[in-house]
Design a protein around this ligand. Structure first.
Ligand SMILES: *Cc1c(COP(=O)(O)O)cnc(C)c1O
Length: 494
């Protein structure tokens, strides 16, 4: 399998190089040259298999340099019982005959990033060996919360890697900050940056393009790499759980072989829902993909009008992992729909110059045939948390609530009750404050006390990785100005 840049299909490389390098040299995203279809009976065969076996089966055709034996090792290490609190790994919780919730937060950091960030380090360190890279990969991450912790847990003590995470001092929840500053492992570094997520992100981008720093690091035996969702090694493991959810519905008799389902995904950078689209292309019978956004509804507008316009107010919402105005992975969908790298390159150029582009009618039509876009604000998000809790005795986090709102709007509009998989991306205990107030608590407690408060109110226990934060020692206290991030990198690598 060859991988090509979304902006230039003549640059083709093997999977190992695509994963090691992250971004293409022309700024595009590395994308499989074609999508290998699963054999006809595959879904029925996979029905009785474990999540780990399903992962090997789905990923193998995309990774022909990797043996089944290698992939099995990675899948067992990534999704084993030390990492996930249920043998199902990504269980499907059925709310009613046509509404099923795919829980992607049973991993070590209680958010869906674990599904990919537990696998990526294995793929990356094996890729570095395959391309005979001698230097240590220094993974730089700017995070608004979930990615940083997910990457730290995934890469901790992985040979051939160092991981440095920068988070905005004023931009993460208390629980998220505690998760990061107590991180264990001998190859990890965590540093706060004064300011908001944009400051941290801009700072990290500047580190990546700092030639002088790059040369100094090379002298020390390091090169920069990324664990961002633009890396193919993060998208691929996400295709697996769509296949897995379909197999679970088959196994449990909610659908018959060949039946169509819809999927509904709370979306930010478009990585998760893109994996759903790829699952459809390789053979999962998915009829429609519902793209759910919060008040940062740039994708809702794009799907409805064909105009992508990031020139709009940015909102800080209670679903912060979806507070994004540039959804990087959309570029991969555009290539798939057009098969025209030059057209994609043109749009991306307009996006960076003017913050806006418009696709032609043919592309908009293709998009609308498959995707529907909906959005909701924080009030509706809270109302949905309360509604789902009271109607189904099921507790969801604010990101998942945005998806449930999109599904409700879609059904209202279309009366389409095709069995639907709603993707649940975080444990409600990661966002105690918003969840407690959605359930009517007027003054939610602060920090870890809120975990107990939510437990008491609902009778559910907080996931062990969050409850366990209480006894953990704080290892990282540094907070720098964004101008001083170069020094922070050098200090952490010393
Ligand atoms: C990252 C994240 C999302 C958004 O996923 P994308 O792949 O960026 O679209 C949604 N919910 C949670 C909890 C997340 O951490």
């Amino acid at each position: 399998m060859q991988y090509v840049s979304t902006r230039d299909h003549t640059q083709a490389v093997q999977a190992s190089r695509a994963i090691a390098q992250g971004l293409a040299e022309d700024g595009g995203l590395m994308t499989p040259a074609y999508l290998p279809k699963m054999p006809k009976k595959a879904l029925e065969e996979l029905r009785e298999m474990s999540y780990q076996q399903r992962a090997v089966y789905v990923m193998k055709p995309f990774l022909d340099e990797f043996s089944v034996k290698e992939l099995t090792e990675y899948a067992n290490a990534a999704y084993g019982p030390e990492k996930f609190d249920t043998p199902a790994v990504a269980p499907v919780r059925t709310l009613d005959e046509s509404t099923h919730c795919l829980e992607l937060w049973h991993g070590p950091t209680c958010a869906f990033k674990d599904m990919a960030l537990q696998m990526l380090p294995h793929l990356l360190s094996a890729s570095l060996l395959k391309i005979e890279e001698q230097k240590t990969a220094c993974i730089l991450v700017a995070t608004s919360g979930d990615t940083g912790k997910g990457a730290l847990e995934g890469f901790k003590d992985v040979a051939g890697t160092r991981i440095l995470v920068f988070y905005p001092k004023d931009g993460v929840s208390q629980v998220q900050e505690l998760q990061m500053v107590t991180q264990e492992g001998n190859n990890v570094g965590v540093c706060a940056v004064h300011g908001n997520f944009d400051d941290a992100q801009t700072g990290v981008k500047r580190l990546f393009s700092d030639e002088e720093l790059r040369a100094r690091l090379a002298g020390l035996g390091y090169f920069f790499s990324s664990a961002n969702s633009i890396n193919w090694g993060r998208v691929l493991p996400q295709i697996v759980y769509y296949v897995s959810a379909y197999c679970d519905l088959l196994r449990d008799g909610y659908i018959q072989p060949g039946d169509e389902i819809n999927v509904c995904v709370p979306t930010g950078n478009f990585g998760n829902i893109l994996a759903g689209y790829y699952a459809r292309e390789i053979g999962v019978p998915i009829k429609r993909l519902l793209c759910a956004s919060n008040s940062n509804n740039v994708l809702t507008d794009f799907i409805r009008t064909g105009v992508y316009d990031r020139n709009r107010t940015f909102y800080n919402t209670m679903s912060p992992s979806m507070d994004i105005l540039i959804s990087s992975n959309l570029e991969r969908l555009l290539l798939a729909l057009t098969q025209d790298d030059q057209e994609v390159r043109g749009w991306m150029k307009q996006l960076s110059a003017a913050g806006r582009y418009q696709v032609n009618e043919r592309v908009a039509w293709k998009l609308q045939k498959l995707f529907s876009g909906y959005c909701c604000d924080d009030r509706e998000t809270q109302r949905m948390i309360a509604y789902i809790y009271h109607r189904y005795q099921y507790l969801i986090d604010p990101h998942t609530a945005v998806a449930f709102s999109a599904l409700a709007q879609y059904r209202q509009e279309t009366d389409d009750y095709t069995p639907t998989v709603v993707v649940s991306t975080a444990s409600p205990f990661k966002f105690c404050g918003s969840v407690l107030s959605a359930l009517g608590v007027e003054r939610p407690m602060e920090g870890l006390d809120a975990l107990d408060q939510l437990s008491q109110l609902t009778g559910l226990s907080a996931p062990a990785p969050l409850a366990g934060l209480r006894g953990k020692q704080v290892r990282f206290t540094q907070c720098v100005e964004k101008e001083d991030m170069v020094d922070a990198v050098l200090q952490m690598l010393r």
